[in-house]
Design a protein around this ligand. Structure first.
Ligand code: F6R
Length: 366
């Protein structure tokens, strides 16, 4: 049932090229310049009149929501707020009738997310679900939705759900951008083409497996680890840290790279591995100067860079090279080596990768 892999988590990491394709199949028609998703089409007026989009989720799904915040705001110019469902539901949140709420959940059973949806509906908002499990409580409770087609995710650590959630959310943002005219025609078409080839690039990113294993060997005994990224890759830093802590039990924190100097830099010494997401697109030069700051404090730098990178290669202790894509789509690629790194570290530490201690696949109690 693990398809020849040692663990479900590894199998699910490797399924990503296929499930991303399954998720956009029939919805993304790149050559025709069309995105069609029934749940969005049927409610297009609601989306187009939205004064605000509120994204509600927990854990890894919340990280996908954060990536979506950057994408939606850039593509559609609709203001977005991303909320932990558990915080949202208990603070008498301000919800307007012209707010669109997007709830993200792999399992579709997360208690806090479900309660937050009920609250938003009571206050008159339109609630759209992005779920993986068909017929789940959240998919039934929402007014409309779009499923991810990741297939069953068995490993407790979410991997393929994350990338397929981002795929669905990116398609929604592109569809709305087209209707609103907030992306130029050429950018719209370029993104469609780029999204279509993401599965091939994810496949290529999976070839970093040996490198990830080699790096894992060096850092498996670390007791702390810092993850840094900026812009679209700030949420990827959070997700990288979550993956490491939940399956390897190494304390890890994700930070926006520029926040380092507001506190976490105090932690950096020769014992501290720092994973920096530094693809060529985006805030490259700024991230390079963050890397220099880590280096001058003797931190150990593991950098995820675009293939062919020279500058970071010179500074970092280890580099993982990934294929190039535009900044907005890069989380789909940069997240892959971080999943592999956590996986190998956890295996080397003898941890129960698929069923980490104290965790449940779906959190049906608050
Ligand atoms: C992390 C993880 C959890 C879930 C969270 C939300 O790898 O699996 O953080 O992402 O419990 O679960 P869903 O998406 O099912 O609502």
């Amino acid at each position: 049932e693990k398809g020849g892999y040692d663990h479900f988590m590894l199998k699910e990491i490797y399924e990503q090229p296929n499930v991303i394709k399954d998720t956009y199949r029939g919805r993304l028609l790149a050559n025709e310049g069309i995105i069609k998703m029934a749940g969005v089409e049927d409610n297009i007026e609601k989306f187009l009149h939205a004064q605000r989009i509120l994204i509600i989720a927990c854990g890894t799904s919340w990280h996908a929501g954060l990536v979506a915040e950057y994408i939606f705001e850039e593509f559609t110019r609709i203001p977005v707020e991303v909320e932990y469902a558990s915080e949202f539901r208990y603070r008498n949140p301000i919800i307007h009738q012209d707010d669109v709420v997007i709830a993200i959940s792999q399992s579709g059973e997360t208690a806090d997310t479900l309660a937050a949806i009920k609250l938003a509906k009571e206050k008159g908002a339109f609630v759209f679900g992005v779920c993986n499990v068909v017929g789940s409580s959240i998919s039934r409770e929402t007014n409309a939705g779009a499923y991810t087609h990741a297939g069953p995710e068995i490993g407790v650590a979410s991997t393929k759900a994350f990338t397929t959630q981002i795929t669905v959310l990116t398609m929604i943002a592109l569809r709305l951008a087209k209707a609103k005219g907030t992306l130029s025609n050429s950018d719209f078409h370029r993104y469609l083409q780029e999204l279509e080839v993401i599965p091939e690039k994810v496949q290529e990113a999976l070839e970093t497996n040996d490198k990830a294993k080699e790096i894992a060997e060096k850092f498996k005994d670390a007791s702390n680890c810092l993850y840094l990224g900026r812009g679209y890759n700030f949420p990827v830093a959070l997700e990288g840290a979550l993956k490491l802590k939940e399956i390897s039990y190494i304390h890890a924190e994700g930070y926006p790279a520029a926040e380092m100097k507001h506190g976490p830099i105090a932690l950096i010494d020769e014992q501290m591995p720092v994973v920096v997401i530094a693809p060529k697109q985006g805030h490259y030069d700024k991230v390079v100067s963050n890397i220099q700051e880590i280096k001058s404090r003797s931190g150990k730098i593991i950098a995820v860079v675009t293939k062919g990178d020279i500058q970071v290669k010179d500074l970092a202790d280890h580099i993982i090279e990934i294929p190039e894509t535009s900044d907005a789509l890069s989380p789909l690629i940069t997240t892959i080596p971080l999943q592999l790194l956590s996986y190998h570290i956890a295996v080397m530490r003898g941890c129960n990768v698929d069923q980490p201690r104290n965790l449940a696949k779906s959190v049906t109690v608050e």
